[in-house]
Design a protein around this ligand. Structure first.
Ligand code: URA
Length: 190
């Protein structure tokens, strides 16, 4: 089994994502390599691309506040993105861009072995549950055996960037976030 630094070094060299040519750098997953919870976002934005760390802009600040509300810190979790390079002008990542980063993400998850995977938004969820709609399943603990993944438990949430400026989504996200500790408790006692 490769370590996280080995996984990142390998894929930074061997990844064939075309976004590499326009991005400043790869934005690697960040946080606790032994975390019980891994959060998966969509793709880096402008600040993340410049600094090389995920979720450091406005959406990241909102995420840190929500973590605080469940007595967790960024250092307690691991956070990464489906796509490791910034799409130009923050457009949605294309299916082939997600595909070229898929093995990278799966290896990260296999190395960390979280108990729970939290999807931040529809792109992260769609990578593993292509037939579900985020509006229908947000805040619901999903259980599914997926080959090569270390856990069967997934919690889809609205993306914090989408919820920042939309009152309805914000309320739903704040409420759904409280389900993270409940889900963890359920997983560890089942
Ligand atoms: N949005 C994401 O999905 N990922 C980041 O790293 C930043 C913003």
């Amino acid at each position: 089994m490769k370590s996280l630094p080995e996984i990142h070094a390998y894929w930074q060299e061997h990844n064939t994502c075309e976004l590499k040519s326009t991005a400043t750098q790869a934005v690697l997953g960040d946080g606790n390599p032994h975390a019980d919870v891994v959060f998966i976002g969509e793709a880096p934005g402008k600040n993340e691309d410049l600094v090389g760390k995920p979720f450091i802009g406005a959406a990241g600040k909102f995420l840190s506040e929500m973590l605080e509300s469940i007595k967790m810190k960024r250092e307690d979790i691991y956070i990464t993105n489906v796509v490791k390079y910034r799409p130009p002008n923050n457009r949605d990542p294309l299916p082939e861009e997600k595909e070229t980063c898929r093995a990278w993400l799966n290896e990260e998850l296999a190395a960390i072995k979280p108990k729970l995977i939290v999807f931040l938004g529809r792109h992260a969820m769609g990578n593993f549950f292509p037939d579900e709609k985020i509006s229908a399943v947000h805040g619901k603990l999903l259980k599914k055996k997926i080959a090569s993944l270390p856990t069967e438990y997934f919690l889809p949430l609205y993306h914090p960037a989408a919820a920042l400026y939309n009152g309805g989504l914000r309320e739903a996200l704040l409420e759904d976030f409280q389900k993270i500790p409940l889900a963890l408790k359920k997983i560890t006692t089942s």
